[in-house]
Design a protein around this ligand. Structure first.
Ligand code: ADP
Ligand code: MG
Length: 230
């Protein structure tokens, strides 16, 4: 129900592309994510940051800016007393990039533990021939340089989801290479299945990318999302 409302709101907005304002969709499907909120005033950003332990990440929220770091739209490791300045900086950068961009606000988000975690990507594309194709791979440089990704037609069973985590070339990194602890592979498998269910429930979702889904030994967290609806 919550998911349906979110998608209806987008339709009313007359926009078919969503960024982190779609996090609620993931929440509705029980996918873990860092604490966070979208605000539209610097004071509110500060208040949210003060309610979150440690530094925060701040991101511009706009359907016109879906590759946020490309325009300096992501500030990582922001302390509480820097939040209001960072808010203004993000808005200024967005305005400079595209003066008429539809700015929905700024997301203030808890930091994910990237040191203990591995950045993975889970995505979906509707293929005209095969239908919805779920994608899994490692994030960051791995996806760009190695194109180390794997695909299954949705709905994806638990066995298939597990195969996806095992068959990428960089799978040993998830299992714990070089003295690192293994990532929560069960959490990844569960997330792939839940997203596959989301895709089955909402044929209007044409494609999405969760990049990164951070996988630590303790669990997974969806840190960023973009999606396109029909
Ligand atoms: P975009 O992909 O639109 O540039 P992201 O939200 O993915 O924006 O942020 C860019 C990068 O910043 C991520 O790939 C990740 O490395 C880092 N990052 C973003 N959010 C967090 C977070 N909550 N905790 C830790 N690192 C983050
Ligand atoms: Mg991203």
């Amino acid at each position: 129900e919550a998911a349906r409302e979110i998608l209806e709101r987008v339709e009313e907005r007359g926009d078919n592309r969503l960024g982190v304002e779609a996090m609620g969709l993931l929440d509705a499907y029980g996918i873990p994510m860092p604490d966070g909120e979208i605000v539209d005033a610097p004071e509110d950003a500060r208040a949210v940051a003060e309610g979150i332990d440690g530094d925060v990440v701040m991101k511009i929220v706009s359907p016109d800016i879906l590759h946020k770091s490309d325009i300096g739209g992501v500030e990582v490791g922001v302390a509480d007393d820097e939040v209001e300045d960072a808010y203004e900086t993000l808005i200024t950068r967005a305005r400079n990039y595209q003066p008429d961009a539809n700015l929905l606000g700024v997301q203030v988000q808890e930091m994910a533990d990237l040191d203990a975690g591995t950045e993975t990507i889970v995505g979906m594309n509707r293929d005209p021939q095969f239908g919805p194709l779920m994608m899994f791979g490692l994030g960051g440089i791995f996806v760009e340089v190695l194109e180390d990704t794997t695909f299954r037609v949705a709905p994806v069973s638990e066995t298939e989801a597990r195969e996806m985590t095992e068959e990428i070339k960089t799978a040993p990194l998830l299992r714990g290479a070089r003295g690192r602890d293994a990532a929560d592979i069960d959490g990844i498998v569960e997330t792939i299945q839940r997203l596959s269910q989301l895709v089955a429930d909402f044929p209007a979702i044409m494609e999405f990318d969760i990049n990164p889904l951070v996988a630590t030994p303790d669990g997974v967290a969806a840190v960023d999302i973009r999606l396109t609806v029909d």
